[in-house]
Design a protein around this ligand. Structure first.
Ligand code: HEM
Length: 106
């Protein structure tokens, strides 16, 4: 359902920006998007799971500026997926992280 072209434009492509235009709930009421399942067997740890994604991600974005290695463009990114119970990257992602030191005097 999460890749049904009736609901999703170009469903096989990784396009996080699609969510900028489409407001969709993930709590099991909109069946085209159920990352935590739905009904009585849905994930009981939605909040815990989300916090454990959002908090590390927020720290990484706050404490570093991120860029691609020299000469590389966004379109050059290898987005091949591995096959498994969950989908992950097939090959490692290489990024250049530059430490960001917030000024406490601002
Ligand atoms: C972002 C993180 C997570 C995602 C995307 C996720 C997703 C899911 C999905 C899709 C299901 C299956 C629902 C179904 O069978 O219809 C599930 C079930 C479950 N999840 Fe999660 N989960 C996450 C994190 C966690 C964490 C951190 C825990 C425990 C600390 C957890 C505990 C469980 C349990 C116990 C079930 C089985 C519920 C049941 O069968 O009654 N999940 N989860």
């Amino acid at each position: 359902m999460g890749r049904n072209p009736i609901y999703w434009d170009d469903p096989e492509s990784f396009k996080p920006e699609r969510f900028e235009q489409k407001s969709v709930e993930y709590t099991g009421y909109q069946f085209e998007y159920i990352p935590f399942g739905m009904g009585k067997r849905m994930c009981p740890a939605i909040t815990f799971g989300l916090v454990n994604v959002e908090l590390p991600l927020a720290h990484l974005l706050y404490h570093f500026d991120w860029g691609l290695p020299d000469g590389m463009k966004v379109d050059d990114l290898d987005m091949d997926e591995s096959i498994g119970i969950t989908v992950g990257r097939k090959n490692d992602l290489y990024l250049v992280a530059t430490a960001y030191y917030p000024s406490w005097n601002e």
